[in-house]
Design a protein. Structure first.
Lengths: 178, 702
């Protein structure tokens, strides 16, 4: 998954080259921010989390062993940074009032529906939400998501199953009233 | 719902573009972290066994790894407890400070603690890496359980630790300033507790040199404080430009900001130093006017210039009428910035404590409201009488910081409250407490200025209290205060809060004269050149003096304002500008009996509720020269000398373009000899600051 250019960049940065490290951070900042945003659902927090993740990257690059894709390693870094950040803030992510997640533009009723679904996703238990984001939104396999989240493949599958069950219950009921 | 549908929704959700500035910030922070880490990696730990020897059981068995996660915080806590333990004796000092007594001598720089924050997680992405330093920390942790006091504030303990490690690991020049907006949310404990730790850890850092395996401070986000750029006043030829016009300035923000920088061991940016604000920080005993009708009286004295032979200094001192006892009622709206950037112990918690202190000194009938703004603005306290203290304090205690800064919306709301509650008889004032980081809504200085200016005409004035550092927008504060007929003060610690909000509450809240302008016309027969020290940002055009529409500074009850001109009398050998070879371009007709006049002082002011200005004039002659004159009461002499010392200091900080070989030592000598009574220790503190500046400048590369 990683192209050779990146591999080279990572290796140079690991050897202590500041320029290479700077290029690396610049190159991946966008991806990290996007991930952080999807994870916490709000731009301000996402910026803070991404910054913390960059700091972790400075210290943690040494521990990247190259046996997983760099991007999924970054996902893990970002999610851990996010969890730590909220711990420090002593509040919980995705407070519905602060959610800035917007579904893609489409027909207005579709969009409204999508927004409701997304809001519901962010109210799910954290593990389920994380799994959904990685698998559904980022397109990781259950196995990859398991690596990122530090759990077994089967756990990811289970969480997704649970999440879908909850979402279905919620939305089918509403639709039947509608 | 089916999987495909859910997947489509989630795949297509929109994410905003990453913000360029945020990216830059993150990259910078990460870079400095990276450098620190690389440096540390290359460092060999010697004498490691020295520490392990202290342990009862080195305990490196595997089962501990499962505790690893938990111990991250704990080990830091433990280390900080060492700090706390060692410095227990220092705590009482800090507590005394907290209880808001007048801690002379000691300046708790509560700042110190939060500026550096380091990542607690060495172990990223949970790859268990056993680094020696960590183990070392852990071992220390185990030894020091003794100091197991009930410090629950984990995060703040971490801050305390970082304050300790800072002086040892980073060169003094860099340690100081980092904390930008991004250092949000590191603090959850009460400011008081933290201040205690800060004091404690500072004290202890003097005694034990922390081993350099301590985590290094990570952020060094310097220089996002914004100051208006200005040039220092040049020497002017009386022949070419005989008239000098400026507006009074009673702000003191520049002094406190400078103090904070110096306490951190660095010289302040040149643009942060406004000499007139340094001078006006101190109170001088100029004679007071007799009545409120003529609200102030100028006192002019001429002395030889200590830094330029053959030149003289002209001190213009003004003391405002002091309303004793009869404080007018006040209708105050506190507009508090609770955005994320305010989330550090020297910001929001300091604001809260300052206001509580002020509350103690208000009349029962004064009205107080509180408006906060962050991402959005809201009223947290409807207009309430000051006697309902508990309600007000409860409202203050509920505040916490988070989100972006929609300053403009907040200002709107605050003015609206003040207007609803407007009282003809009372002082109607909005008091804004912020770090000046307005990043949502009207963010343009000019627009905000226009807004405040319009509101000023309705009789509601604005004062600005600045907090924090690293992201402090001085320019914005000055603009707002100057256009809102208010005072801009910078509050760096509780002591300063007491000075501004309690001791000087009358002068900063109760304006006795507004739009005070000073114009000095020099006599070309007696004076060849002159230079106004400071007031660069307050300069007015000559024609503005008589134009009542032009806004200028205000004087509060009991305020003193000092302006100092340096001038060269005709005939002095020390002229900076060579005389013209081809003679005077234009011969001015000056009557002979005026030859003994150096200059003519004119002042214009308006009484607070009037819009037409009044006029005071006085000639400045030989008689104002106090060189060699004997004074029975030396206070006034001391005051003048002290003001001169401060002026000298300010100019040296700004580069010393005109102060010749006047040094920090000369400043100290002059200030020492003119310290006078110094009841609150402000002048002693000044002398200390000069010493700090001296050592900071010695350390700077030339």
């Amino acid at each position: 998954m990683d192209d050779p250019e990146d591999k080279q960049l990572i290796a140079t940065a690991r050897s202590g080259d500041a320029k290479a490290f700077e290029d690396l951070v610049n190159k991946y900042y966008g991806d990290m921010f996007k991930m952080a945003f999807k994870w916490c659902g709000n731009k301000n927090d996402a910026e803070d989390i991404t910054q913390d993740a960059c700091i972790k990257l400075a210290r943690g690059l040494d521990s990247f062993k190259g046996n997983s894709a760099f991007t999924s390693w970054l996902y893990r870094l970002v999610i851990n940074a996010g969890k730590d950040w909220y711990k420090k803030q002593s509040r919980h992510p995705s407070n519905p009032d602060e959610l800035e997640i917007v579904p893609a533009k489409s027909k207005s009723e579709d969009q409204l529906y999508a927004k409701q679904v997304l809001e519901a996703v962010y109210e799910l238990p954290e593990g389920e939400k994380d799994a959904l984001i990685l698998v559904m939104s980022e397109g990781l396999s259950h196995k990859e998501a398991g690596k990122v989240l530090g759990c077994k493949e089967s756990t990811v599958s289970w969480r997704i199953h649970e999440a879908r069950k909850k979402l279905s219950a919620q939305f089918e009921k509403e639709q039947s009233y509608g | 719902m089916d999987e495909a549908q859910l997947k489509k929704i989630m795949e297509n959700m929109e994410t905003p573009e990453a913000d360029q500035n945020a990216q830059k910030r993150a990259v910078n922070v990460a870079m400095s972290e990276f450098q620190d880490y690389q440096n540390k990696k290359s460092k060999k730990f010697q004498g490691f066994s020295f520490f392990s020897r202290l342990m009862g059981n080195s305990n490196s068995k595997d089962r501990r790894n499962t505790m690893e996660q938990r111990s991250h915080k704990k080990l830091l806590q433990g280390t900080a407890m060492l700090v706390a333990g060692v410095s227990l004796f220092a705590l009482p000092i800090a507590f005394e400070q907290m209880s808001q007594t007048v801690g002379t001598g000691v300046t708790v720089d509560s700042v110190q603690l939060k500026k550096v924050h380091f990542e607690t997680d060495v172990d990223v992405a949970q790859a268990p890496q056993k680094s020696k330093p960590k183990e070392l920390n852990r071992s220390r942790n185990e030894n020091i359980v003794v100091a197991d006091m009930a410090f629950e504030a984990e995060e703040s303990v971490v801050e305390g630790l970082s304050a300790l490690s800072a002086p040892a690991t980073a060169p003094v020049g860099i340690v100081s300033m980092k904390e930008g907006k991004k250092a949000k949310g590191r603090m959850k404990a009460q400011q008081g507790v933290v201040a205690g730790f800060a004091e404690g850890s500072r004290a202890s850092s003097l005694m034990i040199a922390p081993p350099d395996i301590m985590p290094a401070p990570s952020y060094k986000d310097v220089g996002r404080d914004k100051f208006e750029d200005f040039k220092i006043n040049p020497i002017k030829l009386v022949g070419a430009e005989p008239v000098s016009t400026f507006s009074v300035d009673v702000d003191t923000a520049s002094y406190s900001f400078m103090r904070r920088q110096l306490n951190n061991g660095v010289l302040p940016q040149k643009d942060a130093v406004r000499v007139e604000e340094l001078i006006n920080y101190f109170d001088y005993n100029y004679p007071m006017p007799e009545s409120r009708e003529q609200p102030f009286k100028p006192t002019v004295s001429i002395t030889p210039s200590p830094w330029a032979e053959g030149k003289k200094l002209m001190h213009i001192g003004i003391k405002g009428f002091d309303i004793q006892g009869d404080r007018p009622k006040s209708n105050l709206v506190f507009l508090l910035d609770t955005s994320g950037s305010m989330n550090s112990p020297d910001k929001l918690p300091l604001v809260k404590n300052s206001l509580k202190m002020m509350l103690d000194n208000m009349n029962a009938n004064d009205t107080i409201s509180i408006v906060v703004y962050a991402g959005s603005a809201g009223t947290v306290l409807e207009p309430t009488k000051a006697r309902e203290k508990r309600k007000i304090i409860a409202a203050l205690d509920r505040l916490s910081a988070g989100g972006s800064t929609a300053g403009a919306a907040g200002i709107n709301l605050a003015y609206q409250l003040a207007e609803e509650n407007f009282d003809e008889e009372a002082v109607n004032r909005v008091i804004l407490a912020t770090d000046g980081d307005f990043n949502v809504g009207i963010t343009n200085n000019e627009e905000l200025k226009d807004f405040v200016e319009r509101k000023r005409k309705t009789g509601i004035f604005l004062s600005v209290l600045g907090f924090g550092q690293g992201n402090y927008n001085d320019h914005m504060m000055q603009t707002l205060a100057q256009n809102g007929n208010g005072v801009a003060a910078y509050i760096d610690n509780l002591n300063e809060a007491r000075k501004v909000l309690v001791e000087e509450a009358t002068s900063s809240l109760f304006t006795i004269a507004k739009d005070v302008k000073i114009q000095v016309e020099f006599n070309p027969k007696a004076v060849s050149e002159y230079r106004l020290i400071g007031y660069e940002t307050r300069a007015l055009n000559r024609e503005d003096f008589n134009n009542d529409k032009v806004d200028a500074g205000d004087i509060g009850a009991g305020h003193t304002v000092t302006a100092i001109y340096e001038f060269t009398p005709v005939g002095s050998e020390n002229v900076s500008v060579d005389p013209l070879r081809y003679g005077e371009v234009e011969e001015k007709a000056v009557m002979t009996n005026m030859n003994s006049e150096y200059a003519f002082l004119k002042m214009r002011y308006k009484l607070p509720k009037e819009s037409k200005s009044k006029f005071i004039t006085t000639p400045i002659t030989d008689e104002n020269d106090i060189t060699g004159v004997f004074f029975e009461d030396p206070t006034i002499l001391h005051d003048i000398d002290f003001a001169t010392a401060v002026a000298g200091f300010g100019q040296i900080l700004k580069g010393g373009q005109y102060t010749g070989d006047f040094t920090y030592d000369d400043v100290i000598k002059l200030a020492q000899s003119s310290k006078g009574e110094d009841n609150f220790g402000y002048r002693a503190e000044f002398i200390n600051l000069v010493r700090l500046a001296k050592s900071a400048s010695d350390m700077q590369p030339r």
